[in-house]
Write a protein that binds this ligand. Sequence first.
Ligand SMILES: Cc1cc2nc3c(=O)[nH]c(=O)nc-3n(C[C@H](O)[C@H](O)[C@H](O)COP(=O)(O)O)c2cc1C
Length: 360
Amino acid sequence: MDTRQFEERKRDHIRHALDPSHQATGLSGLDRVHLFHEALPELDLVDVSLFAPCLLTKTLSTPFYIAGMTAGHAGANILNQLIAQVCEKRGWAMGVGSQRRDLESHAAYESDRAQLSEAKALRRSAPKLTLFGNLGISQVIAAVQSGPSGIDRIRQIVDELEAQALAVHVNALQEAIQPEGTPRFRGALSALEILCSKLGVPVVIKETGCGFSAPTLMRLNEVGLTALDVSGLGGTHWGRVEGARAQPDGLQATAARTFANWGESTADSVISARENLRGVEIWASGGVRSGLDAAKLIALGAHRVGYAQPALAAATAGAEVLDRWMEQQEFELKVALFCTGSATPQALREKVKSWTIQVH
Ligand SMILES: Cc1cc2nc3c(=O)[nH]c(=O)nc-3n(C[C@H](O)[C@H](O)[C@H](O)COP(=O)(O)O)c2cc1C
């Protein structure tokens, strides 16, 4: 792998993700979801708790996480440490961005330990944080097919981070449009199955903004996943981002315009996941832009709710801005719980079959 090109790409991604025209605004499906107002909640607002145990941890004081974004380039480490410290303080979980460079760079395991010590430094900066590692499915397929040493290397990068789980991202549209993409997904399901059985750490599968349809979800039931982050359509759109990076008017840039609204909305993905997944926890990200959006996704069946782009925008303005933005999400979720008569996120989720929610 060309390390300089990799770092440049990661910096491009941050720049383009912050451009509003690369957001699939209005397509999350959350406008179709109505939470019924409870005029007599039989609760005080102070009684509302965001405490949200899940399969990975019983200790987090909120159901929120910041989805994997930055890793593997100068600047990412400072941003990641800042995000990690505020997440730890507020009881949010956090994912790092793709650790592909750690996996593929031989140097990282032999002479140059710099990259790996970055993972250690991140963990040191937030020792109690619930943290997820991150790899792309194409890299997982290649590592698993290379035999036991490939799984050992994946385990090594998870261990360096002392991560509670490994998130494996699936991003077919992005890889197809990306000028340097690796659209190699053959063997994905069996590689995931082997990874889940051999890694020794929970595995979470995530999209990156195109969501999951019912037929895909059904195929994921027997794989051994702990959780699935739908990361649906409605927020950062990686077809659009990669189109902006591609040669203007070339095949990929033109296709990016054709596929600008491609994907399964976040709301529809969560509904499908609730109907089709068994024994796999549902997490929801992709176009989540308020605590009310989060409440709607919890009511639809999500156990955890994640933000990427808005958290990045806040973090680039500093720890105080990020902290304030996170407090805002928490407060809005509490208001939604209060106004639906739900003392906890779990109570709201359990009302899913009752009057609390209507999807148009
Ligand atoms: C700058 C940036 C970099 C990202 N890099 C990764 C990554 O390396 N691995 C991954 O799984 N997802 C990555 N994502 C995708 C997010 O985790 C998330 O799935 C997606 O952006 C949708 O959430 P959003 O609408 O809140 O941004 C990235 C997102 C952003 C904004």
